[in-house]
Design a protein around this ligand. Sequence first.
Ligand code: FES
Length: 682
Amino acid sequence: MTASSADHLVLFMPSGKRGRFAEGTPLLEAARQLGVHVESVCGGRGICGRCQIEVQEGKFAKHGITSSNDHITPFGGNEIRYAEKRDLKPGRRLSCTARVLGDLVIDIPQDTVVNAQVVRKDSDGRVIARNPAIQMCYVEVEEPDMHKPLGDLDRMLIALETDWGIGRPVIDAHILPGIQKVLRQGEWKVTLAIHHDADGERPHLIAVYPGLKNEAYGIACDIGSTTIAMHLSSLLSGRTLASAGTSNPQIRFGEDLMSRVSYVMMNPEGREGMTIAVREAINGLIDKVCAEGGIVRTDILDSVFVGNPIMHHLFLGIDPTELGGAPFALAVSGAVALKSSEIGIHLNTGARTYMLPCIAGHVGADAAAATLTEGPHRQDEMMLLVDVGTNAEIVLGNRTRTVAASSPTGPAFEGAEISCGQRAAPGAIERIRIDPETLEPRYRVIGIEQWSDEPGFEEMAKSVGVTGVCGSGIIEIIAEMYLAGIISEDGVINGALAARSRRVIATGRTWSYLLKDGEPRLTISQTDVRAIQLAKAALYAGIKLLMDKQGIDHVDRIGLAGAFGSFIDPKYALVLGLVPDCDLDKVKAVGNAAGTGARMALLNRDHRREIEDTVTRIEKIETALEPKFQEHFVYAMALPNKVDAFPKLAEVVKLPERSVDTDAADGIDPGAGRRRGGRRRG
Ligand code: FES
């Protein structure tokens, strides 16, 4: 199109893309020319209703546009027919029918629900601009003619090229046996599902439906070592229809990642057993989300999976043994695209699967997905993104440069290795406050509304029970013990306090803090404190290495990802020195950022290119090989840290006086960090 002064300015929201168009241009065409994604299944015949838009009326001084409903052709033709049969909300127009008559600001609604669907609010409420890899194309095919020997499929492909400009797609073999039946069933009107992911690649014809098929679905799945979470979304509206989760059945082969790798090494059938287990669980989840969303699994045409490197490999049927030791070689680090049926995932026969790239041998596709969600690479601020698990995945960067590493934190944050630790479940203490005068604790338990010192708690506790302390509770109790002076900055429980509090009790040659008397009796021992110190020191040392690489001494923003990250109170994460000093209001739990990243890649193939490109530019740091890891580790054993100041935290929390003893290694086993670094990988 060549612009002239007679052309009209059209601005599309929310993308903000704008251009000039000749009078009479259909708005769907204008959007296409600007690269604005507006869905269309029927190819502008006015029957699918997918192409809805709204005119924004008013003066938009910033853009120099006065937009009005008079600047678009009047409601009519196809729109009237569509509105008679289906629900077209007032103000909505069909962009394939409505044409430009003047300057316009056009809103593309993100909630174009055409068929009655069970719709649930997205877990994170995030609106993801759509540009899915699946395109549904309705065509009307010429009927067979004895004088024209072209085959049914060939005439269908001509219609596809004529109406949609899609030429020479690769035909999935499973299409051929059924094509004649489908065409006749649809009376020569069919909808083709085209898979078109990367530009420059030939599109693939993956499914053919009789008549107008006005819906297509996809699943996004985060395969965690403990839990697997799945979302079912409409590829055409972007809506999430259902979400479900289940525990990862591989747990029966080993609680943490390394024990699963060991299981594979020790058992010849181990790899296969774990691959089958995880795929079965995923197929089970597909049943669940389909039932909740009111659809059948053959309606699912696309799927995106993310996971840490070991989950990624086991899901794909790859032996993860190489990930068990240096140099932690991935079998494949780039994005993987294949047919879902090839990996035993039962969806539509032609459905495709995309797996995000892994960042490094122990920083996986889940970290890549979290990076995609939080976008450190899209911002000027230096952002730290931490996913705390048995192996913390850490990404630090901004628009200019991004670095990543993993740190061997071990399972202490998940409650393992802690005498009273347990999984986050009803009965687990999750919040704790300790009175610095009396040293008496008050706490909150999962499944009980009241705090332990509030009326009604005892009653509830009888039924729910108070059974242990979960990960976020452990962070709080160690931090509160430090703030109350029960433990020193080096993590030593002060036995002298036993003289004034029944809470400090002798345990052999060391001391413990009595959190709860009775049955079960819950105490925090010196060994528990040490286990948390070791875990947090490993995490902090990894973060510091990345800060060294970036040449910075503070970060602007911190995102705590994953289930654990969602429950940690940022204040206590800082008091403990889990992460570096930062404005407290810039430290946020970012929820299941990996799952959201998977959904972004499902609904918009541009996000696939974005993360593929970003991952190639992320610099990977191997913590075990960095000489400064040990030094950072030793300093990080102290609370919050032996050498790093926490001035921003000190503005909101009264931190205990620092001890004058600056012997950083005092009381700390200097070999601990290195041995830890060598032991837990993956
Ligand atoms: S493209 Fe189908 S109704 Fe407009």
